[in-house]
Design a protein around this ligand. Structure first.
Ligand SMILES: [Zn+2]
Ligand SMILES: [Zn+2]
Ligand SMILES: [Zn+2]
Length: 151
């Protein structure tokens, strides 16, 4: 974790921003909850446990700052809340996909791209260079699908 924090610090510094203790607290919470897709309020509640002097406005500002430098990504999974995750990529450097259960709200990460054919076709048919993509698949998770069968 120290190494990642150092890298983020470097990125901030090259953009003339400093890694303040408050910003570091926010970053730590995001790193410790890498796969949880936290909302700003959830980040705030976790930060508050360790650093009670950090306010919600600071958390919002810090999340915006990190997003603008591509340190984290923000996403909306259809419930109207922005959720954040530390920039994790699949093997080819593209973003991973998300499977969203419409019943319980669970978010499952899909760490395969599987869009290579599509990317190739897009490039060929539209003369468009694909840099990244964001895919959300809506449906029912295993538990919710099983629950439905019992009825
Ligand atoms: Zn891809
Ligand atoms: Zn579910
Ligand atoms: Zn994710």
């Amino acid at each position: 974790m120290r190494r990642v924090i150092g890298e983020v610090e470097e990125k901030l510094r090259s953009n003339e921003y400093k890694m303040t203790p408050k910003r570091e607290q926010v970053l730590r919470v995001l790193l410790e909850n890498k796969d949880k897709h936290l909302s700003a309020e959830e980040v705030y509640n976790l930060v508050k446990q360790k650093a009670p002097d950090v306010g919600l406005a600071t958390v919002y500002r810090t999340l915006e700052l990190f997003t603008s430098f591509d340190i984290i990504h923000s996403m909306d999974f259809g419930d109207g809340r922005k959720r954040y995750e530390f920039g994790s990529e699949s093997a080819d450097g593209h973003r991973h996909h998300h499977l969203i259960c419409e019943k319980c709200g669970k978010i499952i990460e899909m760490n395969e791209d599987l869009l290579e054919d599509l990317e190739e076709r897009v490039t060929r048919a539209y003369d468009f260079e694909v840099v990244d993509h964001e895919l959300k698949v809506f449906g029912r998770c295993r538990e919710c699908a099983a629950g439905k069968e019992k009825k």
